[in-house]
Design a binder for this molecule. Structure first.
Ligand code: ZN
Length: 407
């Protein structure tokens, strides 16, 4: 989520323990073989739901673009009805007869980040979002909720799901080149990460697979990924782009690339995203995947990571390795940046509300403040030093797991 800032890299790596603490259900479920859960309420198929999130800061709506299905379910297979963190939104599958929750997942969106910008006060826009769910056995309701920055529901919509609906398109496997970079085991029991080529020309296939290997190696070199490497699969997906490199709008450069990514998202230089989310998932159709890492073939610094959506980063900047780990911390682990932003009145967080992200807090360290925690400023500073962070006033307001938070 949000833009990359170099100073945050050490903190994100350091917070990897927090990342897994909040994803225990995900880890626990990886390792359960297909069809072993008693009373299983879903088919061994993936239901892909394409939604449009639309509106402005004053009015938001969710509408259905399409549903499709592919063979195999590669997400978690237990703890299906709960989510490890709240997220900025949640999606639920509820059995229409029993009322029981078949599946629940939380997420964040670029759309909600955009809602916090000045532009959203005067303009209405639509953003693509794709969600992957296990196909339910019986007729169900798909419930989509978006939360505001206080955690309250700002938008909810319900869509019927009939697993036998003839208009749910059965999609074939995408015609792209693929290669397993790291194979921990059976996709049914592992966390499956797809690494996607963006801006690699026809002659750059080998270069991409090498970069994909570097990305997987960087992630798996850190604990606790390293410890759980046998529960991860990394599959590299190559589709050539017409042009080499990616779009840099501030330079007037627009390129024809596999997933149409560009820098300058929200007019921020280093924020690299793609608005063509449906195209990303089209590339992956039929492959086993749950999490996405898109590698951009450029040495321009930048990237982004959105919880349970995707990581996008640049493969040839000198900080490629730590940045891909940083962004994966956002998209896989739901970690927030550990630094404050240039604008002290960041509309994304409300000082009176604790964020749902497990590695930050809005608690205040000023003596006498009602949000002050039961820990001294000196003690929290010492913990940050021990954790390898340089304690600054700015960081003291947004602390990592080994500082203020873990106590
Ligand atoms: Zn970040």
């Amino acid at each position: 989520m949000r833009k990359s800032i170099i100073v945050a890299i050490c903190a994100v790596v350091m917070s990897a323990t927090a990342l897994f603490a909040q994803n225990q259900s995900v880890i626990a479920s990886a390792g359960n073989a297909a069809g072993t859960v008693e009373g299983q309420s879903y088919r061994d198929e993936t239901l892909r739901v394409d939604l449009m999130l639309s509106g402005s800061s004053s009015s938001v709506s969710v509408s259905l673009r399409s549903m499709s299905v592919t063979d195999g379910w590669y997400g978690r297979r237990c703890n299906l009805s709960t989510t490890p963190v709240k997220g900025n939104g949640e999606i639920l599958l509820v059995d229409s007869s029993s009322g029981e929750t078949v599946y629940a997942s939380s997420f964040s969106t670029v759309f909600q980040e955009w809602l916090a910008t000045d532009e959203a006060r005067t303009v209405s826009k639509s953003f693509e979002n794709t969600f992957l769910l296990p196909m339910p056995l019986a007729k169900s309701s798909l419930i989509l909720r978006l939360f505001d920055n206080r955690g309250d529901v700002m938008c909810e919509n319900v869509f019927p799901v009939d697993p036998d609906d003839i208009l749910i398109e059965r999609k074939a496997r995408s015609d792209v080149r693929s290669k397993y970079i790291h194979r921990g085991g059976d996709p049914a029991r592992c966390i499956d990460v797809a690494i996607i080529a963006e801006g690699y020309g026809p002659s750059e296939k080998g270069k991409f697979f090498k970069d994909a290997g570097t990305a997987a190696e960087a992630i798996l070199s850190h604990e606790p990924f390293k410890k759980y490497s046998s529960l991860f699969n990394f599959i590299a997906i190559f589709k050539e782009s017409e042009d080499s490199g990616v779009s840099v709008p501030r330079e007037g450069t627009w390129k024809r690339t596999a997933v149409g990514s560009h820098f300058d998202t929200f007019y921020m230089d280093r924020y690299l995203t793609t608005s063509h989310v449906f195209a990303v998932h089209d590339l992956l159709s039929g492959f086993p995947y749950e999490h996405l890492v898109i590698l951009a073939n450029t040495d321009v610094y930048g990237g982004g990571g959105i919880y349970n959506s995707y990581t996008l980063t640049t493969a040839h900047h000198k900080l490629f390795k730590p940045v891909v780990v940083h962004e994966f911390g956002h998209s896989f682990g739901a970690l927030a940046d550990e630094y404050d932003y240039d604008n002290p009145a960041d509309p994304y967080y409300v000082p009176s509300c604790e964020p749902w992200e497990q590695n930050i807090t809005t608690m205040c360290l000023e003596p006498g403040c009602s949000k002050a925690p039961a820990i001294s400023r000196k003690e929290s500073g010492d913990r940050l030093k021990t954790a390898g962070c340089a304690p600054t006033l700015r960081m003291l307001s947004v602390l990592c797991a080994r500082g203020l938070w873990s106590g």
